[in-house]
Design a protein around this ligand. Structure first.
Ligand code: FAD
Length: 118
């Protein structure tokens, strides 16, 4: 068993990064200010340059060229990010996630309606 205080491997770093990104997208305003849009775009554009898994960063950069980030608001950003994650899921043979705002809000912001995550 790998001790919990080892440096993150690609999987652990990936889970932590997706958690941060999807949660941030789920809380991104419906109608962001210019500053919020500009900063979100900077955050996302930094990933292909700085993400410390070079093959991951390279794939992401290529995908972002064909499908640029939608920072117009939460309704565009959450599904955009979900599709980026699905592209990785597909490449790794993992299941696709249904990229509706309802499913994304449930997973990353509100929790299921049965209150099990309250
Ligand atoms: P993860 O894929 O980390 O997902 C965490 C949780 O997110 C899941 O349990 C699920 O509840 C939810 N989820 C799943 N899919 C979606 C979705 N589409 N939208 C919203 N929520 C979802 N690994 C590689 O081996 N090669 C790569 O090229 C690579 N590229 C990456 C690029 C980026 C930008 C990031 C952040 C990570 C990348 N990774 C890559 C890591 C990989 O995506 C996974 O994080 C890692 O394999 C661990 O997978 P996991 O099964 O624990 O769940």
């Amino acid at each position: 068993v790998r001790p919990a205080d080892c440096p993150p491997d690609v999987e652990e770093l990936g889970r932590a990064t997706w958690t941060f990104l999807h949660t941030t997208a789920a809380y991104f305003p419906e109608k962001p200010t210019q500053a919020q849009r500009v900063n979100m775009l900077s955050l996302l554009r930094a990933l292909p340059v700085l993400y410390p898994c070079s093959s991951c960063a390279q794939h992401l950069g290529e995908n972002m060229k064909t499908r640029p980030p939608d920072v117009s608001g939460r309704a565009g950003l959450s599904p955009w990010l979900c599709e980026q994650h699905n592209e990785v899921n597909e490449r790794l043979g993992k299941e696709r996630f249904e990229c509706t705002v309802e499913k994304l809000d449930e997973r990353w912001k509100d929790g299921p309606s049965d209150g099990s995550c309250d």
